[in-house]
Design a protein around this ligand. Structure first.
Ligand SMILES: [Mn+2]
Length: 279
């Protein structure tokens, strides 16, 4: 699709028509369908963005500050809940199409048909375009990679450690191209939450087969995958982030939630230079 339209979307200057949105989704899905489940990201100059939940202003601030200077990793949850859900995901897609080597877009638990149907994205698409257009968005959700890793052992995903994972290869071989991730590894990677404590896994209050992973599961995962540090999203913290497991896991949230959160992104310049930055 035309570069000047994409540039205007990324600058927050225009809203796409239905035909333009379809063209963008087609370009975006073509670009992502054949990617690995776990994609490579650079070792330095990364900015990692947590849940946006339809807050276009937050996405625009990421663009203003970091495009061209950093490789941007989005950890998922683009729609649902917030005020400008379609616009936020359109912007993220446009960024990825414009800068395919400088933007990584991962799947969150809200990038699933059944979830997006219930929590706002469906209504947002129906209002902006049409009810049928929702399936096009689900198509875009279905091609998203589920994790990213660099050579310094940084592992990024939306949720966290899934029970039963023994290697990165195992994760690479799962078929991710589905509207609703049901494979337990895939599902838990998008849904699980970390909790301090010397245990492996316990039942998560979110239900639906999601788990809490403790220090023992995290340490086992680190050994099995060569992970030094994990950066994930998925949970709301008043300060926009929290550090767990002796500094080896950071959880980040990049939406304001109507003033309840001081949103953050994580700037990563190598294993010893990782810092939360207000967004
Ligand atoms: Mn989430």
């Amino acid at each position: 699709m035309e570069r000047d339209i994409l540039e205007r979307v990324v600058a927050g200057e225009t809203r796409l028509t239905l035909d333009q949105a379809r063209a963008l989704i087609d370009d975006f899905t073509d670009l992502h369908r054949r990617k690995a489940n776990v994609v490579d990201i650079p070792d330095k100059r990364l900015v990692i963005v947590g849940d946006l939940h339809g807050e276009l202003d937050q996405a625009l601030e990421v663009v203003r500050r970091y495009v061209g200077k950093y490789h941007i990793v989005f950890l998922g949850d683009y729609g649902d809940r917030g005020p400008q859900q379609v616009e936020t995901f359109n912007l993220v897609m446009a960024l990825a199409v414009l800068y395919p080597r400088k933007v990584t877009v991962l799947r969150g638990n809200h990038e699933a048909e059944e979830v997006a149907m219930r929590y706002g994205m469906y209504e947002s698409v129906a209002r902006a375009y049409s009810r049928d257009a929702f399936l096009h968005y689900c198509e875009a959700f279905s091609v998203l990679p589920v994790a990213a890793m660099n050579r310094s052992g940084l592992f990024c995903c939306h949720g966290g450690v899934p029970e039963g994972l023994t290697s990165i290869d195992q994760l690479q071989s799962v078929d991710r191209l589905t509207y609703n991730p049901e494979d337990p590894l895939l599902f838990q990677l998008l849904w699980n939450d970390p909790r301090e404590g010397d245990f492996y896994f316990t039942a998560n209050l979110r239900g639906g087969g999601s788990r809490y992973f403790g220090r023992l599961a995290f340490e086992e995962f680190r050994k099995a995958t060569g992970t030094e540090m994990m950066i994930r999203a998925h949970e709301v913290y008043t300060n926009g982030y929290i550090v767990l497991f002796d500094g080896r896991l950071i959880s980040v949230f990049s939406a304001t939630y109507m003033g309840r959160v001081a949103p953050k992104v994580i700037v990563y310049d190598g294993p010893n230079e990782v810092r939360p930055v207000p967004l």
